[in-house]
Design a protein around this ligand. Structure first.
Ligand code: TYM
Length: 333
């Protein structure tokens, strides 16, 4: 680990299949940042069980997500890639931080309220405690920056509050992390309801483009994407949420700015525009999927990455945890 570099932390849950929102809002940026920071990228399987998971699927999705990280260009030689449950310090620090977090704060979290409404039959303690575990993730590594999509902003703010509260109660222990949100793509919206975030678990899967979708599925979804009646390809999220969302997706997948994309499609009809967006996405997903499949066939390699990652992560995490235990008065031998 290079001492002069700042530390970066981020994670994704291995639930369902990832969407192009997860790719644009998170993983794609990880690749750009890996040279400039000491990066810790986790697979958040402990967060995943806060809603019911099929064990076999969870196991499969874990390796699939690791293979995807690497297929996207996250380099295990440069970054620490690991599975959250392989580092017990996450659960241990979460327990400590629980005593420095108020129930009222957790009840106010929008994601908790949304997920409680969606899973009314399973409003479990883990679901409520989710942001505290996320704070533990980040604070264990003394992360300076945390690149995430906008839907995680509230969780990041609470992690900062918890860090500051602990530092004030004892002495500076945790680095107070900064959230990093991309200017373009921090919130990719649903293709059928472009005022809503594109989600892995949307009710209508036609509004979400999954990273595992084949070309036919991608094209079909973009063809059906909601636009508006004004027939102008302009970036105006307030008045033209559908078109603006498509422009954002296109710009990221085609490697252009939104302004360049606007110019390119000036005077073009919506039908043709939607096909072009679909093509740009499908062209990128095909090699990504092929590389992911190639990596998934080499389980020994993936296990090796996880083993090395867990050892490296645990070294840093255990140092922070030991400091915390000492400060709060846990007797050490
Ligand atoms: P998760 O798995 O829901 O999402 C992973 C990442 O994708 C981003 N994202 C989006 N970005 C743009 N547009 C969208 N439609 C979209 N949907 C999702 C998310 O903001 C996130 O960056 N709790 C986290 C995982 C986590 C974590 C952490 C993140 C656990 N511990 C510590 C950072 C630091 C989560 O559920 O992300």
């Amino acid at each position: 680990m290079e001492e002069s570099k700042k530390t970066l932390y981020s994670a994704v849950q291995p639930t369902n299949c990832l969407t192009i929102g997860n790719y644009i809002g998170a993983i794609k940026n990880w690749v750009n940042l890996q040279n400039d920071y000491n990066c810790f990228y986790a697979i958040a399987n402990m967060h995943a069980i806060t809603v019911r998971q099929n064990p076999a699927d969870l196991r499969r999705n874990t390796l699939a997500l690791l293979a995807l990280y690497i297929a996207c260009g996250v380099d295990p030689e440069k970054c620490t890639l690991y599975l959250q449950s392989h580092v017990p310090a996450h659960a241990e620090l979460c327990w400590v931080l629980n005593s420095y977090t108020y129930v009222g704060e957790m009840e106010r979290m929008t994601q908790f309220k949304d997920k409680s409404a969606k899973h009314a039959d399973n409003i479990n303690m883990g679901l409520m405690d989710y942001p505290v575990l996320m704070a533990a993730d980040i604070l264990l590594y003394r992360a300076d920056v945390v690149p995430v999509g906008l839907d995680q902003r509230q969780h990041l703010e609470i992690a900062r509050d918890i860090a500051q509260r602990f530092n004030n109660a004892y002495s500076p222990t945790f680095t107070v992390p900064e959230g990093v949100y991309m200017k373009v793509g921090a919130k990719i919206n649903d293709l059928l309801d472009p005022t809503k975030k594109m989600s892995k678990s949307a009710e209508n899967a036609n509004g979400s483009v999954f990273l595992s979708d084949d070309r036919d599925a991608v094209m079909r979804k973009f063809k059906r994407a909601v636009t508006d009646s004004d027939a102008q390809i302009k970036y105006d999220p307030e008045n033209k949420p559908g078109v603006s969302n498509l422009l954002t997706i296109y710009s990221v997948f085609a490697g252009k700015t939104v302004e360049q994309a606007e110019k390119e499609f000036a005077g073009v009809g919506y039908g043709e525009f939607k096909l072009a967006v679909g093509e740009a996405v499908a062209d990128r997903l095909a090699p990504l999927q092929a590389e992911q499949a190639r990596l998934l066939a080499d389980k020994a390699y993936l296990d090796g990455v996880l083993k090395k990652g867990a050892e490296s992560a645990a070294r840093t995490a255990n140092r922070t945890l030991a400091k915390v235990y000492k400060k709060i008065g846990f007797y050490q031998i």
